[in-house]
Ligand binder design. Sequence first.
Ligand SMILES: C[S@@+](CC[C@H](N)C(=O)[O-])C[C@H]1O[C@@H](n2cnc3c(N)ncnc32)[C@H](O)[C@@H]1O
Ligand code: SF4
Ligand code: SF4
Length: 300
Amino acid sequence: MKVSSFLHFAGFGIKTILFRKKDPVLGTIIVTDKCNLKCKHCSVNNITAIVHPYEQIHQEMQQLYSMGIRILFFCGGETFLWRDQDKGLRDLVIEAKRMGFLIVNVVTNGTYPLDLPEADLILLSLDGDKKRHNEVRGDTYDKIMENISKATSDNICFYMAINQINKEAVGKVCEIARDTKNVRAVSFNFHTPYPDTKELALSKEEKAACCETIGQMMKEGAPIFNLKSVFPYLINNNFPTPCYQCVVMENGKLSTCGRCIEVPGLCEQCGYFFVAEYTLLFRGNIKVILEMMRTYLKYV
Ligand SMILES: C[S@@+](CC[C@H](N)C(=O)[O-])C[C@H]1O[C@@H](n2cnc3c(N)ncnc32)[C@H](O)[C@@H]1O
Ligand code: SF4
Ligand code: SF4
């Protein structure tokens, strides 16, 4: 991360903590909900299957920028399915950087060729070793690994949603992240139980066991892009929700924190690590602040 970006985020953090502000800093644009996969744990694919036009996404980017947002995620559906005439996902990333977003990340299932050197991070979903990943995501593991080996940049960070199918594969995914060329780190979430995927949720004891494994892998030097200091809050689901510093834009509609804010009762069972990390950070939790600075400076 550039020093100027670090200073911007430090200033934002200090103001937010001291004055208990609720201004957002992280925005996600859903470029399409169309997807080529139908993962077992996912409730947000192919609801409309609309690919939003470039002009609309450009306006959404400008709106988020004018709200003070400086960390931008492009998400889906599958982001690599996004196109508008001669423009593709890479053009969106380049334009976001040109506009002045300080960090621009893309979330993908990794089944399309990876050519996004301008992105700060490509969050690529890997949901276990080959067997468990394919059980969740269909027969995609080999294709993903091939795309990673041929990627044009080394800005890939695995993104794993831990659930009943893949909970035993957490350590293995840390090892794959450590040993795979072009992969910088791995970032975890726990399954967030939408009404149609409740059965995949982990119990408190299962979450504790996963955090134990992740903590052990951190000690052994595996590249893990999460904060150990928030694990107790994630295990007990007692972190504040929603995250007011995060917003999501989908088809012109702005939501605080996530699209999931509209699902009754879901925030109390939220499994997204970023929510715990950001809400505790902006409430001034000293351990989280220090660990966040160390971790972000290492991986972004
Ligand atoms: C909705 S997908 C969109 C981007 C892309 N298609 C992908 O799979 O990475 C974004 C991330 O959300 C995760 N995800 C989907 N449903 C989830 C849930 N109920 N709880 C936690 N993570 C979930 C996916 O595993 C993926 O890492
Ligand atoms: S690839 Fe992503 S959007 Fe598509 S079904 Fe899987 S998790 Fe959902
Ligand atoms: S806190 Fe609520 S809105 Fe935010 S990600 Fe979790 S479930 Fe979604």
